[in-house]
Design a protein. Sequence first.
Length: 506
Amino acid sequence: MPKENQNRKQSQLSLNDQMQRRYDERLHLMESGVNPYPCSFDVNACSSDIIESFQDEEQTRVSVAGRIMTIRKMGKASFFHIQDSKGRMQIYLKKDDVGDAAYAIFKLLDIGDIVGVKGYTFRTKTGEVSVHAETFELLSKSLRPIPIAKEKDVDGRKVVYDAFSDKEQRYRQRYVDLIVNPEVRDTFVKRSAIVAFMRQFFTSRGWLEVETPILQPIYGGAAARPFTTHHNALDMQLYLRIANELYLKRLIVGGFDGVFEFAKDFRNEGIDRFHNPEFTQVELYVAYKDYNWMMEQVEELLYRTALAVNGSDVASFLGSDISLRPPFRRITIADSISEYCGVDISGKTEQELRLTAKDLGLELDPKIGAGKIIDEIFGEFVEPRLIQPTFITDYPTEMSPLAKEHRSKPGLVERFELIAGGKELCNSFSELNDPVVQRERLEAQAKLRQRGDDEAMIVDEDFLRALEYGMPPCAGLGIGIDRMVMLLCGQESIRDVIFFPHLKPE
């Protein structure tokens, strides 16, 4: 038995009838001298451009390629639709034009196969702009049927069935999702536009885009648990970064006036509608500025990004119309808790805060400190209710060990979070640049770790050494790109704005 046949039979033990037929067609094509997987094909037009520029009095010669999505095989002439990255268009194939051999090959094609077609444009009697094929070529034989939704008339109404609509299956097989639900592409095209506009916004101000380590000997810059790995050659434990803050501040120490990085960060935490363990954020640090200045930058950035990608400063998200036109509301975290919970947390001890949380119905981990308690109260009772963009400002020191002490409010730091659509969108500080105070803050975090808070920060001696050389006043900002895309694209889950989100094993 030929090797090809042996391998094919061994690999098809579990194939269903449709796949078996496709494997047989592939073999028949190869035995007929047809390569089902050629190296290239010259494409000079796409579906949307052909349809939009078509003029009845002209026959334009084109070379197009795409995946067969519908097919009507007839005696000596057939119609099929191909789908490319811009849409769909109809192809008319006539036996007399392409020849008997080529038409016989066409008879072996299926929905899902990728083909290249050369011919000229025309309009059918039904008014559809199409391409009359003069030659065609199989570019990739599809061995697995794609799920195609079907319509059926039931009591005079159209009912769609067999649609590829299961959310989890769509996330697991995003490649199929993109084929059969092409509107999904729009979100990711817009995501790319959002990042491109933000990059231009930063670079036009003279700030430098940089890259910092993903594998770090000490993780820091956020309160989160890391993923760990091992470097064999150095025989040392490394961490996937949870933030890039401390490295970007080192560059400010080194003399750059403004640096930013679009970064993949990794946090070993739960997965839900707003959290994915691998996520994208942009962090920006600008020397000689503070958090008040940064609030104005954030307002302008969100407003201009929304106009650039949506043509509107209003985003529809989770059933609400959210206005991104500045200025945004500003309120301290203490005042927001007072407004929505009716309790005053100002000056309360850890024990008093714990009792307040209990009165509000919160069950808390006994290992967490005062800062985490305030964060739990805010996250449970305030954050979900902040739909319109709101700057929450002036956090207690323990909640923000990397932020500069407030210039007029003892016990607080100069920090804001922007909440929109009921979720944090960005975080910013006037950055702490006193190395003595920074050491005290990190050592206090170390004590929280000893109590069992595994999200507390670690003392980073090299970062402290950098601060000892002197860092100018500085404003820092972190924006969650995934959540920003959710907001501007009206998507309800972070999984809908990440091509390949993390899921439990099948």
